[in-house]
Design a protein around this ligand. Structure first.
Ligand SMILES: [Zn+2]
Length: 365
């Protein structure tokens, strides 16, 4: 079950479906999830032309599968569907998986404009859903219907992502997109799989080495929230977090929360370009805390901050090393061509030419 609750009031966006902001100072615009998806959508006019058309918001559209699914060339598949204790159905690795391995690439099985889901009369809306279901290839329809939820509407509520898509109707129109195979990933507050969305295609990638038999998980929530808030958020979606951290001994949760508070503090200090609140060593503490905490899905921005801090203090070796690692992580998280990864490759090559070079050291004096 991949609970995303794209609708208000629960949660407007899936937290990870939105790109994390670029770290201040990289001078690079971040990738945008809002993508062109004209090819994905059927206009109201072309939708089901032989039937009397129900009242639809202009430009509203549903789509069916239009592209071949791929799994990064992995054959046989590195995972299988399994019953997971305390969680229901999930995915397990059937061999060891290396960090960076692409596990699943999926295009949406169903795309619908949010206003279709929210504003149509239920009778008309359900009719549209029935038509969409009928048009799906059998395999995809079965995959869609196998998702959690009582009926199509409920399955969309529980499992879909919200994406803002250009080119269909008004700019950045809100759409719900369903990926039944991706919905197989259960939640974990310290997930071993990260996903990125490009042109509405979801790519899932291992963020650390994974052992055979381990469950494959993504996070449905902001993993930087303290334990109490994480549990409350997950509970509001109708289940208890069954991850090792939330179910583990209390002293570990307390230690984890303490690390998260420290991470937040260091991050604020590192982002402060007006005052010098950090030292040349802050980057080392900041990055170590993430590794200790098992937060592997966000190391791109973490190493970026450390690299910029090293450059700001005029530490050439540190800037090169952190920038190199930042570029590696960003390539996994956002794609190798993302602007932030390019910026970090530039910093790794020539730290002295970067606009940040030596600025904090000078400000200290
Ligand atoms: Zn948890």
């Amino acid at each position: 079950m991949l609970s995303t609750f794209w609708q208000q009031p629960r949660q407007k966006h899936h937290p990870q479906s939105q790109p994390r902001e670029s770290v201040p100072g990289t001078q690079a615009p971040s990738d945008s999830v809002t993508q062109h998806a004209q090819a994905l959508t059927w206009s109201a006019d072309s939708f089901c032309p032989r039937r009397p058309r129900p009242r639809m918001p202009s430009g509203a559209a549903l789509s069916i599968d239009y592209a071949v699914d791929a799994d990064g060339g992995a054959d046989p598949s590195p995972f299988y569907v399994a019953e997971i204790e305390g969680k229901g159905i999930g995915l397990r690795a059937n061999r060891s998986i290396a960090k960076g391995e692409v596990l699943m690439v999926r295009t949406p099985t169903l795309v619908a404009q949010a206003e279709l889901v929210n504003e149509l009369e239920p009778r008309v809306r359900d009719m549209m859903y029935a038509v969409a279901m009928a048009r799906l290839p059998k395999g995809r329809r079965n995959a869609f219907l196998a998702q959690m939820g009582r009926d199509v509407r409920d399955k969309i509520d529980v499992n879909c992502f919200q994406l803002f898509i250009h080119g269909a109707g008004e700019k950045g129109a809100s759409h719900v997109t369903c990926y039944p195979d991706i919905a197989r990933f259960n939640h974990d507050c310290r997930p071993n799989v990260h996903y990125r969305i490009t042109n509405t295609t979801i790519t899932t990638i291992a963020v650390r080495d994974i052992q055979r038999g381990e469950e494959l998980t993504v996070s449905y929530i902001d993993v930087f929230l303290p334990s109490r808030e994480r549990k409350r958020t997950i509970r509001s979606w109708g289940f208890e977090c069954a991850c090792a951290l939330c179910q583990g001994p209390r002293n570990e949760t307390v230690a984890s929360d303490k690390r998260l508070r420290r991470i937040k503090q260091l991050q604020d200090d590192l982002n402060d370009f007006k005052e010098v609140k950090v030292s040349a060593e802050t980057g080392a503490e900041y990055t170590a805390l993430h590794e200790e905490e098992g937060l592997y899905g966000h190391l791109g921005s973490v190493y970026t901050r450390a690299a910029l801090n090293s450059a700001l203090f005029g530490d050439e070796k540190g800037s090169r090393e952190y920038a190199r690692r930042a570029a590696e992580e960003l390539s996994l998280e956002k794609g190798p061509e993302c602007a932030d990864a390019k910026a970090m490759r530039g910093l790794a090559e020539d730290p002295r030419a970067h606009w940040t070079w030596g600025k904090r050291r000078k400000a200290e004096k």
